[in-house]
Design a protein around this ligand. Structure first.
Ligand SMILES: [Cu+2]
Length: 145
């Protein structure tokens, strides 16, 4: 009788463990608490000339190229003039307003038209899905002369 109880536990525990791992890895990847992404330069409110070099900062996490499933890492996405944030449970769109840096780049040189532009960084995991909670920078507004 005692043996039977133990055997049941031996089956239940790995099953629970497996279903929990599946839940964790099936959706957005969790992150370390306090991870932050931010635009190092230009500064918010800066008046610049095109082309503009935008430098990306990340703390509390590491940068890894797209496709590399490594814990507590992601790659940068620059949202250019995006007012409505993308769906945080799905891969970040890829177009001229949602730029992916899947090679693990930490800066970009942008050709921007004269006028105001809004820039914001969003980290995505190996499959381009934001983490949970998402790692999103404060937006900056720059003026291109
Ligand atoms: Cu991406």
């Amino acid at each position: 009788m005692k043996m039977k109880v133990i055997n049941t536990f031996k089956l239940v525990i790995p099953t629970l463990y497996l279903s929990m791992s599946f839940l964790v890895f099936a959706g957005n990847l969790p992150i370390e608490e306090g991870a932050k992404v931010y635009i190092l330069s230009p500064a918010n409110g800066a008046v610049v000339t095109s082309p503009v070099t935008v430098r990306f900062g990340l703390s509390g996490m590491g940068v890894a190229p797209a496709g590399v499933d490594r814990e507590n890492t992601g790659h940068h996405h620059l949202l250019i003039d995006v007012e409505t944030l993308p769906d945080m449970s799905r891969p970040i769109p890829s177009d001229k307003n949602h730029r992916h840096f899947g090679g693990g780049q930490t800066e970009v040189v942008l050709d921007l038209t004269p006028g105001q532009h809004r820039l914001q960084l969003l980290l995505g995991d190996y499959s381009h899905i934001p983490h949970n909670p998402s790692v999103l920078s404060e937006p900056i507004i720059i003026t291109v002369e």
